[in-house]
Design a protein around this ligand. Structure first.
Ligand code: DAT
Length: 189
C-alpha cells in the first residue's frame, strides 16, 4: 500500500459540458496557486484515449495540488482524490450556453439529458465516498465567487489537517465533530 505524501489536495471539478467547470477551475487556480489540470488539453496534447490518460497524469496526482477539470470523474482512483465538486446548472441557462457554443440539436439534447438525469452526480457518488462529493450551483457570477471561496476555505482546512508531512493528525471524536461543523463543505441536513 502506498503512503499519502501530497501536502496539497487534489480536487475534481466535474459536470455536464457548459455548467462552468473551466471557469471555476481557472478562478480557483488563480486564487490558490493550485494547478489547473485541464484533461481535454492532456488528451489532445498526448493524443491518447481514456485508458492511457491515467498513466499520463498519475505522477501529477501523486504530487498533489491538482484541480482536475473534466466531464467525467470515475476514472481517477479515490486514493488520489480529496474532494469532488459536481457543478450544476439550471436547464434553461445551460441550454442557452450550449446553444451559444454552436452545439447541434442532437449534441445539445444529449447534454441536456445528462444534466437533467444527474449523470455526473451519480457517477461521482458511486465512485467516491459521499462526504467527498459536493454539488455546486453555477448560474450566476456571484455563485462562482461563493463556490470558489468555499473551496478555498476547504483547501486551507485540508492543509491544516494534513500538516507538512501529509499525515492526518489523529483526532478525538469531539474534535472531529467540531471540524465537521466548521467545514465549509459540510452539508447540514
Ligand atoms: P464547462 O467547462 O463546464 O464546459 P465553462 O466554464 O466553459 O463550462 O462555462 C461555459 C460558459 O458559461 C462560459 O461562457 C462561462 C459561462 N458560465 C459558466 N458558469 C457561469 C456562472 N456561474 N455565471 C455566469 N456565466 C457562467
Amino acid at each position: 500500500m502506498s503512503t499519502m505524501t501530497r501536502t496539497s489536495p487534489n480536487i475534481i471539478i466535474t459536470g455536464t459540458p457548459g455548467v462552468g467547470k473551466t471557469t471555476h477551475s481557472e478562478t480557483l487556480a488563480q486564487r490558490t496557486g493550485l494547478h489547473h489540470l485541464d484533461i481535454n488539453d492532456v488528451v489532445k496534447k498526448h493524443n491518447i484515449d481514456e485508458d492511457r490518460l491515467l498513466d499520463c497524469i498519475e505522477n501529477d496526482l501523486e504530487d498533489g495540488g491538482q484541480i482536475i477539470d473534466w466531464h467525467a470523474c470515475d476514472l481517477f482512483p479515490p486514493r488520489l482524490i480529496d474532494l469532488v465538486c459536481v457543478v450544476r446548472c439550471e436547464n434553461k441557462v445551460l441550454y442557452d450556453r450550449l446553444k451559444k457554443r454552436g452545439y447541434g440539436e442532437k449534441k445539445l439534447q444529449e447534454n441536456m439529458d445528462c444534466e437533467i438525469m444527474e449523470v455526473l452526480l451519480q457517477e461521482a457518488r458511486e465512485a467516491y465516498d459521499d462526504e467527498m462529493v459536493v454539488e455546486l450551483r453555477s448560474e450566476s457570477t456571484e455563485e462562482i465567487d461563493a463556490n470558489v471561496e468555499r473551496i478555498e476555505q476547504w483547501i486551507k482546512n485540508w492543509k491544516k489537517d494534513h500538516g507538512k508531512e501529509g499525515k492526518k493528525e489523529v483526532q478525538t471524536q469531539s474534535e472531529q465533530d467540531k471540524k465537521d461543523e466548521d467545514d465549509p463543505m459540510f452539508l447540514h441536513g
